[in-house]
Design a protein around this ligand. Structure first.
Ligand code: IPE
Length: 263
């Protein structure tokens, strides 16, 4: 049983404050993961979003158009340093809970061409999984053949891995209760949708709007669209990781948030 858990940047960082981690939330999430692993045997890949460790400096250094001069080269290195700092905070928390994990830094082995993945070997990740070590990946800046560098989002890494590895479930920890029939920030009567299937997914996509916060990779609509388009067949759960206990429940296969089952 292999699961991918993605922890969204809004859950684990203060999105509006540069490089500020929600350390207590990260500690709690590590406890929930450890507790789920005590109750059930499963392999795990952890992917984290980077929130204010990535989106803010990407804007500051003008990195959306690639790497072309000293300022953007400096920014590229700086952003990676920030996202590595965040990953280290998560790693420390996992370790405190007795979980054995190692970082697999996207910048060191993934190549893109015009924002699309062209090289991403998974044998090292598979090797760690065989050893029952948790590989940790995260949104990062990587080299890009067309424009020098581009962003790879955790939301790109998750579907890619789900196609390459034999993944049973994708679990997306976000800061909302799942996918709503309309934007809950704008419509108080918005309701979470328990299940998205072949029958209702088009209607659902029309109802979701993009994120309103500083997000250079597109917010919830992009997240769902990528998941629907690229994970074909793999069950995917989108739930609220800010609520205590739900991460453990999701990892144990209990019903939380919205389940995406599109074949
Ligand atoms: C973005 O990663 C990476 C950078 C901006 C360098 P994600 O897209 O995975 O991060 P969140 O979840 O939106 O914060």
């Amino acid at each position: 049983m292999l699961q991918i858990l993605k922890l969204g940047g809004s859950v684990i960082t203060e999105k509006g404050r540069l490089a500020t981690a929600k350390k207590d939330v990260i500690e709690r999430l590590a406890r929930e993961i450890a507790s789920a692993r005590k109750e059930k045997e499963f392999q795990l890949v952890l992917v984290n979003g980077v929130g204010s460790f990535g989106h803010i400096p990407v804007k500051e250094y003008g990195l959306k158009n690639g790497m072309k001069d000293r300022k953007t080269r400096k920014g590229f290195a700086k952003v990676h340093k920030y996202v590595e700092d965040l990953n280290r905070i998560i790693w420390d928390s996992l370790e405190r809970e007795g979980l054995i994990a190692v970082p697999v830094h996207p910048l060191s082995f993934i190549l893109q061409d015009d924002w699309k993945i062209v090289k991403f070997e998974t044998d090292v990740i598979e090797g760690f999984l065989k050893q029952n070590v948790i590989p940790m990946l995260y949104g990062d800046m990587v080299l890009d053949l067309k424009q020098g560098c581009s962003i790879i989002s955790g939301d790109d890494i998750v579907p890619y891995l789900s196609q390459k590895l034999d993944v049973d479930r994708i679990i997306m920890g976000t800061n909302t209760d799942g996918i709503f029939d309309k934007d809950p920030n704008l419509f108080p009567d918005a309701r979470p949708i328990p299940e998205i299937s072949n029958e209702n997914y088009k209607k659902v996509l029309d109802g979701i709007s993009g994120s309103t916060e500083t997000d250079v990779t597109g917010g919830m609509k992009e997240k769902v669209r990528k998941l629907i388009e690229r994970t074909g067949g793999t069950i995917c759960v989108i739930y609220n990781a800010e609520k205590e206990g739900l991460t453990k429940k999701a990892l144990l296969g209990e019903r939380v948030g919205t389940i995406l089952s599109i074949s």
